[in-house]
Design a protein. Structure first.
Length: 297
């Protein structure tokens, strides 16, 4: 169903600026939004705002959810903190990949959460800082003595150039992805690298699960695949060096509980306690990790 001529001018593609948007999924959000709706560990898969697809560049976006910052500022997520061990292992693997392209220097992690990646980077010899909009998450990082600032990007406390800027699972949460990438380019050194990780809406898992794919959820308002991510990077004057599919790490009980969400309520079971001690590396190919450098000239 296409947007009516009356409403079309109110919606433009966040990547290419076209007003040629087609409604491909209606919102199925019930009730008012609050910070809990945007929790990092939200398991209400398939619940999204209305998703529109640009007929010019193919980007998918939730045009009606373009002002969600206030929800992140008040976000608290105890379950996220419970997975700190797994997230730290995941951060270490990401830093090891990044180090192949930039082995040392100043690192800025935008959307730093409780500072997992910042902490790992510091331990691996980088001069690392982070930025996080959630007061609760940033407060936990601060209690650990980690240099994670409160706020959104750009931020007056962050003075470049940085050798590395990371955007790990961030770009799908914003309504201005090209501006975000341009800002990262402005603050990175001429020989620096920018790392972007985001779900791949064209992956086999996304196609197989359809609207029940775990990355279709309220907090994700932009959906990328290789071509749209490449287009956004080009508009931000970034050159791709390497595209990878990163591996994530989860406790077995976490995965068990997530799988249970796909079953009818009467069939769901609690995860056996012993699963909590088992760590599982998982790579389903439904995330993209792009490593970029500023274009010359």
């Amino acid at each position: 169903m296409e947007i009516s001529n009356t409403n079309r001018m109110s919606y433009r593609c966040w990547l290419c600026g076209s007003d040629q948007l087609t409604l491909i999924k209606r919102s199925n959000i019930n009730g008012a939004l609050d910070s809990r709706t945007f929790s990092i560990t939200d398991s209400k898969y398939g619940i999204t705002g209305s998703i529109y697809q640009c007929t010019c560049c193919g980007f998918r976006q939730c045009s009606e959810l373009d002002d969600v910052l206030r929800y992140y500022e008040d976000l608290e997520d105890e379950s996220y903190e419970e997975g700190r061990v797994e997230r730290s292992i995941q951060a270490k693997k990401l830093i090891e990949i990044i180090a192949r392209y930039k082995a040392r220097g100043r690192l800025l992690d935008i959307g730093a959460g409780t500072g997992n990646l910042v902490e790992v980077a510091l331990n691996m010899g980088f001069d690392a800082q982070g930025l996080e909009p959630s007061k609760w998450l940033q407060g936990l990082a601060q209690k650990r003595g980690l240099p994670v600032y409160l706020g959104t990007f750009p931020h007056s406390a962050l003075v470049g150039p940085y050798d590395i800027v990371t955007l790990i699972d961030v770009i799908e949460h914003v309504h201005n992805p090209v501006a975000l990438l341009r800002g990262a380019r402005d603050i990175v050194a001429e020989d620096g690298v920018i790392v972007v990780v985001t779900p791949n809406v064209a992956s086999c898992m996304a196609r197989m699960l359809g609207w029940w794919w775990w990355h279709y959820r309220v907090a994700h308002i932009g959906y990328f695949h290789r071509e749209t991510l490449a287009f956004a990077a080009e508009k931000a004057h970034l050159q791709l060096v390497k595209m990878k599919r990163p591996t994530w790490f989860f406790s077995a009980d976490y995965l068990f509980e997530r799988v249970m969400t796909y079953f009818p309520a009467f069939m769901r079971m609690k995860a056996p306690v012993l699963l909590k001690k088992i760590l599982i590396p998982l790579n389903l190919g439904d995330s993209l990790m792009g490593i970029y450098v500023p274009q010359k000239g």
